[in-house]
Write a protein that binds this ligand. Structure first.
Ligand SMILES: Nc1ncnc2c1ncn2[C@@H]1O[C@H](COP(=O)(O)OP(=O)(O)OP(=O)(O)O)[C@@H](O)[C@H]1O
Ligand SMILES: [Mg+2]
Length: 481
């Protein structure tokens, strides 16, 4: 696969991808912006690239010109919009300059492979406008590892917190954002996963997720009190749910957020969530790999070196391990997993074939109304954790199909154009429906021309008015007429 080396190109591609998905009318290689009537064209490939604008003749368009054009098209841009894009672009450049040889561990490589970040976000690598010297030492993309800091004192535990008494692990970057002194700890070296603020401690086989008061893609990455409160009840809910799911689909697992510890003086700012490690969940002889890493590519990616039959078999196997557990969590257990590319690990066997799916990150998880007793004991039924079946299904289709399978299929198709990946995927959905009572939502999905896609660009505009999420139609790759 082509190496990712061009921050300008990555930035333009992200903007073009957003425009095609959310704003423009795409036909025959050109994209018409409906409000201004501006005509763009771009090179088609796995994603769009090399934008040009029509001004009597086709003229190349730099990423910053494209950004200005977008803000004119949508009008009245949110404060800081252009700066965010420029900041993301310079962060990518800084990462590319600082990148070192990849680590030996394949799992770590897959977590630390996301140089371009979210491909459908206008400012995927924004780091709050902070200078690289402040964040490069903690960045997965440069294969960082570092010792955690620690605070000593009396702390609050909620849930199961397998940490030494009187010690609060702290992320050195967050400490400096809070203006606090950092001292290194007796805790071992950790390395950052793709989410930046969650780190892996290989000695303890635990993940620690921290607050990080920096805007990264759609959120300031703070552990909010209302999400922290949900950690113990979600752990209690997920244990039996995943025991059942893995009895039906062997190897499926969830990295449970077991509990959290924090300081009463800075409840959210200093919170640390302790999450199951991955080794305890991986079957013998299996290597976990981050789905997003497989999509982006890294040295040792099991997708490399397959012939087209092999790639198609690999994809079918991938969909067979990832999709049924997600559908079962929804239909049998009323749990809506946020199973996007960054929240799923796939275990591959010695031959590189997917044999196991491991899910993580309950923060974005939603619960269907059958959990009303738990929901009303926590947030009340109107809290954001509970969703109607329709809203939950909308979110699940986005996470699973648009922000996951389309990208894995894209990685296969980039290597083997024209193979029938979606025929394979469709068979897996059909088989699940046949074996599990034909849920009407699944039949509707298989005959729907569109699936919902989250509008990360438009969200920057609607957020100003307080809307929480927004979806647009994306052609449904599972659809056959
Ligand atoms: N395709 C993608 N979809 C979602 N997030 C992505 C994608 N590619 C890269 N990312 C990055 O991954 C992170 C996803 O955010 P998410 O809320 O799932 O993680 P988190 O809550 O910070 O940490 P964790 O997943 O460890 O719980 C963000 O930093 C986001 O920019
Ligand atoms: Mg996540």
């Amino acid at each position: 696969m082509e190496a990712i080396t061009d921050p300008d190109g990555i930035t333009a591609t992200a903007l073009l991808n957003c425009l095609r998905r959310e704003v423009g009318e795409w036909a025959g290689g050109t994209l018409r912006l409906p409000r201004s009537g501006t005509l763009l064209r771009a090179r088609e490939g796995r994603w769009l690239s090399d934008p040009e604008v029509f001004t009597g003749s086709w003229q190349p368009l730099a990423w910053h010109e494209l950004a200005v054009l977008i803000s004119k098209e949508l009008g009245d841009p949110p404060v800081g919009f252009l700066d965010e894009i420029a900041g993301s672009r310079s962060a990518i450049a800084a990462v590319l300059d600082a990148r070192t040889a990849p680590p030996a561990d394949l799992y770590q490589r897959s977590e630390q492979a996301l140089v371009a970040g979210h491909r459908y976000h206008p400012a995927p690598k924004g780091r709050g406008g902070l200078p690289p010297s402040e964040w490069l030492p903690y960045s997965p993309e440069v294969h960082a590892s570092f010792p955690l800091a620690q605070l000593e004192g009396a702390f609050v535990d909620d849930g199961e917190v397998p940490l030494p008494e009187g010690v609060l692990p702290a992320h050195p970057w967050q400490l400096s954002l809070l203006g606090m002194e950092s001292s290194s700890s007796g805790l071992g070296e950790v390395w950052p996963t793709s989410s930046v603020r969650t780190v892996y401690d290989p000695a303890a086989d635990l993940f620690y997720k921290f607050s990080l008061d920096v805007q990264i893609t759609n959120d300031v990455r703070r552990l909010w009190a209302h999400d922290l409160r949900w950690i113990p009840p979600l752990a209690r809910l997920l244990r039996p749910v995943f025991a059942d799911i893995s009895s039906v689909f062997p190897g499926a697992a969830f990295l449970i957020d077991r509990g959290y510890r924090t300081s009463p003086a800075s409840f959210e700012g200093l919170a640390v969530v302790v999450r199951d490690g991955v080794r305890q969940h991986v079957l013998p002889g299996v290597t976990p790999l981050l789905a997003a890493g497989i999509s982006e590519g890294f040295d040792g990616n099991p997708l490399d070196g397959l012939d087209s039959d092999g790639a198609l078999r690999w994809f079918r196997q991938y969909v067979s391990v990832v999709v049924p557990p997600v559908l079962h969590a929804f239909f049998a257990h009323g749990v809506v997993m946020e199973c996007h590319l960054q929240n799923v690990l796939v275990g591959v066997d010695g031959a590189g074939l997917p044999v196991q799916a491991i899910f993580r990150d309950p923060e974005g998880m939603r619960l269907l109304p059958r959990h009303s007793a738990l929901l009303s004991s926590m947030d009340g039924l109107d809290g954001s954790r509970g969703v109607s079946e329709a809203k939950g299904w909308e979110r699940l289709q986005y996470c699973l199909i648009v922000n996951h399978l389309i990208e894995i299929a894209g990685a296969v198709l980039a290597r083997h154009p024209g193979v029938d990946v979606w025929g394979e995927a469709r068979d897996v959905f059909v088989a699940y429906a046949r074996d599990h009572g034909s849920p009407p939502l699944l039949s509707a999905l298989l005959s729907a021309p569109f699936v919902p896609a989250k509008a990360n660009l438009l969200l920057r505009w609607t957020r100003a008015e307080g809307a929480a999420s927004r979806y647009v139609d994306c052609p449904n790759p599972l659809y056959r007429n």
